[in-house]
Write a protein that binds this ligand. Structure first.
Ligand SMILES: N[C@@H](CCC(=O)N[C@@H](CS)C(=O)NCC(=O)O)C(=O)O
Length: 253
């Protein structure tokens, strides 16, 4: 659980569940899907990342990394999407999204979190959103003044101004994604869902990764078990409402 004491105190008065989230953000998709699977009511605070609505004093006062999603539950601020979905399942246990083998499920959540900056983000920025996400000089100055996280500063400097991601950054990202999707392909052999017969947080954690990377042209045709798994989750209401309603087609982003 990653709880933040916000400097923007306005959110501490919030009642119920409030989610700051982005339509095109894969990390937000996993939280929206979890809220929907659980039938929880929540108040939406949409942050348009393309309009850089995250780069404000107000938002950095809620999420010190300036990232979406942020969940506020009765005034308590939670960040980090994989921790948020775990927190939601612990706190609102019905219906359960936890696997019988909790350790195996958590391993998938930790893996999704670990590959976000080295693999997922560079791939998505290089093949889809990088140019649209470039900051104006003014936005860059504001971002530099607000962002204290060195890893994120380094990431964003790689496509700032006229910079683009290097071939070695992309080769590294592709190698990590290749290893992860090979692991997922092998795991799904003879299984409906990632941890077995039951749809769990492990699936919710990885569905948005599939969705955005597929929209970037990632070669999923080489992974038949993953394609079968995708056909199953595409029939779910939580996928339609939590992903497609906000972002009908990532390739069009
Ligand atoms: N580890 C964070 C990553 C969140 C993240 O990178 N969110 C992206 C959208 S998926 C974002 O806010 N990007 C804006 C930026 O990098 O400035 C989580 O899982 O919540």
């Amino acid at each position: 659980m990653v709880v933040i004491v916000p400097t923007n105190k306005s959110v501490e008065a919030f009642k119920g569940l409030h989610l700051y989230h982005g339509a095109i953000s894969n990390c937000s998709m996993r939280v929206r899907m979890t809220l929907l699977e659980k039938g929880l009511d929540w108040t939406s605070h949409h942050i348009d990342l393309k309009k850089k609505e995250n780069i404000t004093d107000e938002y950095f006062g809620i999420n010190p990394n300036g990232l979406v999603p942020t969940l506020v539950d009765n005034g308590v601020v939670h960040i980090e999407s994989n921790d948020i979905i775990d927190y939601l399942d612990e706190t609102y246990p019905e219906p359960s999204l936890r696997a019988e083998n909790n350790a195996e499920m958590m391993e998938w959540l930790h893996l999704a979190a670990a590959i976000h900056v080295p693999a997922c983000k560079p791939y998505v920025y290089a093949y889809k959103v990088g140019r649209q996400m470039k900051k104006t000089a003014e936005e860059q100055e504001k971002y530099d003044s607000l962002q204290k996280n060195e890893e994120l500063k380094r990431f964003h400097s790689k496509h700032a101004g006229s910079n683009e991601f290097s071939t070695s950054d992309l080769d590294k990202a592709k190698a990590i994604l290749g290893a992860c999707f090979t692991k997922l392909e092998v795991t799904l052999e003879g299984r409906d869902w990632i941890t077995g017969d039951q749809f769990t947080l492990a699936d919710i954690s990885w569905i948005p990764l599939y969705f955005v990377l597929h929209g970037c042209g990632y070669p999923f045709e080489n992974y038949p078990n993953i394609q079968r798994w995708a056909a199953s989750f595409e029939a779910k209401d939580s996928y339609r409402e939590g992903v497609l309603k906000w972002c009908p087609d990532f390739s069009e982003v």
